[in-house]
Write a new protein. Structure first.
Length: 182
């Protein structure tokens, strides 16, 4: 005598394997939407970046044709940045243009090679990078060494007699701190 075990299911009930298969499909779809939304937003630029302006000093505090380092606490800082959130820019007063507007040259302190902070040497009129020997002219153009290009120019404006710069981050060729909103 043989005992035959038969398992019968009603046509309306789901098997365990089918249930977990549909559960996996559903959870995968939810995860795709949750993770894919911000990812697509990032690639499509759906979320505009906030513009932060940092006041440096009064316009008359910058002598004509003299380069000065202005340090400030970066408003784009994160809690883990520590002392590295203290950043700066080099500012040079270029004088008044034909329309009577004071012009400035504002350069990021980061070397265009690997981002080391450059130093200004007024005796020679050069910026020099201590890391790999990059050298830049007074206008920020590359003079010699491994940097592939000149120093990055920062967006600036004068508001109520004070020079302001757009909050810098480490610039790249794709995001050089220059925007249409000045």
């Amino acid at each position: 005598m043989s005992i035959e075990a038969t398992c019968t299911q009603s046509p309306n009930s789901l098997g365990r394997r089918t249930f977990f298969q549909w559960l996996t499909y559903g959870l995968s779809a939810v995860a795709s939407v949750v993770l894919g939304g911000p990812l697509f937003g990032y690639f499509l630029g759906a979320r505009p970046r906030a513009v932060h302006w940092v006041p440096l000093d009064d316009v008359d505090k910058f002598p004509l044709n003299e380069t000065r380092l202005k340090s400030f606490d970066n408003p784009l800082r994160q809690p883990w940045d520590g002392i590295t959130a203290l950043t700066g820019v080099y500012v040079r007063n270029l004088g008044v243009d034909e329309q009577g507007i004071v012009q400035f040259l504002v350069l990021a302190v980061n070397c265009a090679h690997l981002g080391c902070p450059v130093s200004w040497f007024p005796q020679s009129g050069l910026f020099m990078c201590p890391c790999h020997g990059g050298v830049y002219h007074v206008n920020g153009d590359r003079a010699s060494g491994p940097p592939p290009r000149g120093l990055f120019h920062c967006v600036w404006r004068v508001r109520q007699g004070r020079l302001e710069v757009q909050a810098p981050h480490y610039p790249t060729l794709q995001d050089t701190l220059v925007s249409g909103e000045v």
